[in-house]
Design a protein around this ligand. Structure first.
Ligand code: 8YV
Length: 314
């Protein structure tokens, strides 16, 4: 009888197979499908393997009276109501650290692509514009500029280390000051941070506590030469304020891997040539997605064997 519920249709075949290797598994990827499972099946479920942004809330948990663990694929667990889980004695795990490098790499790649006009440069060659004798318009230097990291957690730190290697001045917000001589701490004041930098890179956690963290005021403080980079969650920026600031040229641009209503991106963002868009792919390398899957399954295996969880959230 199944003990694991596969709750998302976002798993690849390999990832699903790895979950299924941890114990008898049943898939029910919508609330309706979970509701429709026979009661005996629901009672047997001890663990959920969750992925992507499939919401898993208290009422969903209540469908499984013997649920002990929600093992999430992803570092960000804003889709899971952790307070509801804790209140029911349900443990939650995520997949931190294994994706830090890839997420930081994509943030820097987007910054370089934006500043050096790499997407247009490629088209310039392919479409024969260069061969016809026209030079690509001059673009913008990134090395040596001022970078603001909103949220100096593990991913923020990986980004800052890379940007420091570009000779950039590093500013950041975080709950506490870090042991990083020469870097400038702005407390938790994102407006102060934005006012001090050319690039504002968003790396805070998602969820309610950071909804609209990059506010209209922060965007105004960033100013007309400022660029916003987001590899965190769409919810961390006030997207309406961002669109308004971009349309009014109050900021220079945005490089975005995450959005409010993924995978549907606001048409006003798509229409702007000052925006670089990516399809929420910061952790999406073969290597890292395998490591995330293994970590999710190691948590499942540890729990089902009565061992300590590797990366507990609550
Ligand atoms: C997603 C992410 O997990 O880890 C996170 O928080 O946002 C991503 O890595 C990815 O979309 C797979 O679900």
């Amino acid at each position: 009888d199944p003990v694991i519920l596969l709750s998302s249709d976002a798993f690849t075949d390999d990832e699903r197979a790895r979950v299924m290797a941890q114990g008898p598994t049943v898939a029910a990827v919508t609330p309706e499908a979970r509701q429709a499972l026979p009661e005996a099946v629901r009672q047997g479920i001890r663990a959920v393997a969750n992925k992507a942004h499939m919401p898993f809330d208290g009422p969903q948990m209540d469908l499984f009276p013997n649920l002990e663990l929600i093992a999430h694929f992803g570092v960000g667990y804003d889709a899971i109501d952790v307070a509801a889980a804790s209140a029911r004695g349900i443990r939650v795990t995520n997949t931190p650290d294994v994706l830090n490098e890839d997420v930081a790499d994509l943030a820097v790649a987007m910054m370089l692509a934006f500043s050096r006009d790499i997407i247009r440069g490629d088209a310039w060659v392919r479409e024969g514009t260069w061969a016809s004798g026209r030079e690509l318009p001059l673009n913008r230097k990134m090395s040596g500029a001022r970078a603001g990291i909103a949220g100096m957690g593990r991913i923020g730190r990986a980004i800052a280390d890379r940007l420091a290697a570009f000779g950039m001045e590093i500013h950041y917000t975080s709950r506490s000051e870090k042991q990083t001589p020469g870097w400038h701490w702005h407390g938790n004041d994102v407006v102060s941070l934005a006012g001090a930098v050319d690039w504002l890179v968003v790396a805070v956690v998602g969820g309610e506590e950071t909804r609209g963290y990059v506010s209209k005021e922060a965007l105004a403080a960033l100013g007309s030469d400022g660029v916003v980079v987001n590899i965190a969650r769409g919810s961390c920026i006030d997207e309406e304020a961002l669109i308004a600031a971009l349309e009014a040229r109050e900021i220079a641009g945005a490089a975005l891997d995450v959005f409010y209503n993924e995978p549907h991106v606001d048409a006003r963002l798509v229409a702007l040539d000052t925006v670089l868009l990516q399809p929420h792919q910061a952790s999406a390398t073969v290597e890292t997605r395998r490591d995330m899957s293994v970590l999710q399954c190691d948590n499942l295996a540890a729990h089902l064997a009565g061992r300590a969880l590797l990366t507990p959230v609550n």
